[in-house]
Ligand binder design. Structure first.
Ligand SMILES: NC(=O)c1ccc[n+]([C@@H]2O[C@H](COP(=O)([O-])OP(=O)(O)OC[C@H]3O[C@@H](n4cnc5c(N)ncnc54)[C@H](OP(=O)(O)O)[C@@H]3O)[C@@H](O)[C@H]2O)c1
Length: 262
């Protein structure tokens, strides 16, 4: 069995490559723009995968509807996963943002997306399913490395900075390595892959701060953050079966410390 992971430089792609052992090959940005059919065909010829876990995406939620990027965003968020699913067994990552809340939402719930990014994810789901592919919905993922919330949080708190974090949105934080293990089971149809404990970003940040022992966290309302795209206040997914975040925070902090030689 050979699984090709696209978006291999991203948060989820990195975890899949790290956890997949010999069965996973990763294709990152240096392999080209997956919005181009020629690039997709070249990758399929090169790796001859039995399955694709498609993680490449335009993930800047607040920019996805902007006039200068919307066409590019739609090509990778809607068209490319559908095209892959027509060629090879494909598992595509969607988002809890396809729901407007209140949650928890089961796999059969009807999508009701808010904003351009969420609409692209809902359209991507329809395209992948129509082509015989599989949809794996995930929620808020954290993990080490890159410019992710978890990693940036660790870095800023370690420098003694004050961090504002949203307190009035309920999330189900999921560690990228736990998510990767769940995705590698390649469940058929529409599936949910989400941590079992609810939190707010504020609660999560406080837990990181307690372990880092420096910095300060203050609570903010979603409406105070000046975010361009609308966000659901409660787009929880069910069933929530992956390990909860209190243990994951320990793991995140120790991985970040190790990566920085602390
Ligand atoms: N992380 C979360 O909390 C979360 C929550 C819900 C759903 N998801 C979904 O999970 C999937 C993976 O997310 P992630 O957090 O790993 O995202 P990420 O860290 O932003 O990684 C996405 C990767 O895709 C690459 N990419 C973008 N456009 C591409 C293109 N046209 N051709 C080739 N590569 C391209 C990006 O490269 P560049 O950076 O160079 O553009 C990046 O390396 C996405 O479908 C996302 O919507 C994630």
């Amino acid at each position: 069995m050979r699984i090709l992971v696209t978006g291999a430089d991203g948060l989820v792609g990195r975890a899949l490559v790290a956890r997949g052992g010999g069965t996973v090959v990763g294709a990152g940005r240096d392999e080209g723009d997956l919005a181009e059919m020629a690039v997709r065909e070249r990758l399929l010829d090169k790796y001859r995968p039995d399955a694709v876990i498609f993680c490449a995406a335009f993930t800047a939620v607040d920019r996805a509807g902007d006039a200068d990027v919307v066409t590019r965003a739609r090509r990778i968020n809607v068209d490319a996963p559908g095209a892959f699913a027509r060629r090879v067994p494909t598992w595509w990552l969607s988002s809890n943002f396809v729901f407007d809340g209140p949650g928890p939402h089961g796999p059969g719930a009807r999508p009701a997306p808010l904003g351009a990014y969420a609409e692209q994810k809902a359209e991507g789901e329809a395209a992948v399913l129509a082509a015989g592919g599989n949809v794996c919905r995930v929620g808020w993922v954290y993990g080490p490395g890159g410019r992710t919330f978890g990693s940036t949080l660790f870095e800023r708190l370690s420098r003694g900075e004050t961090v504002r974090a949203i307190a009035d949105v309920v999330v189900q934080p999921t560690l990228s390595t736990h998510l990767a293990d769940s995705l590698l089971a390649l469940p058929v149809g529409v599936s949910h892959h989400i941590g079992r404990d609810d939190a707010s970003w504020f609660g999560f940040a406080l837990a990181v701060q307690a372990r880092v022992g420096q910095g300060c966290v203050i609570a903010a309302r979603l409406s105070e953050m000046g975010l361009a795209a609308p966000r659901p206040r409660d787009a929880r997914l069910a069933p929530a079966t992956l390990p909860g975040w209190p243990a994951g925070v320990e793991e995140l902090v120790s991985l970040e410390r190790r990566a920085r030689g602390l």
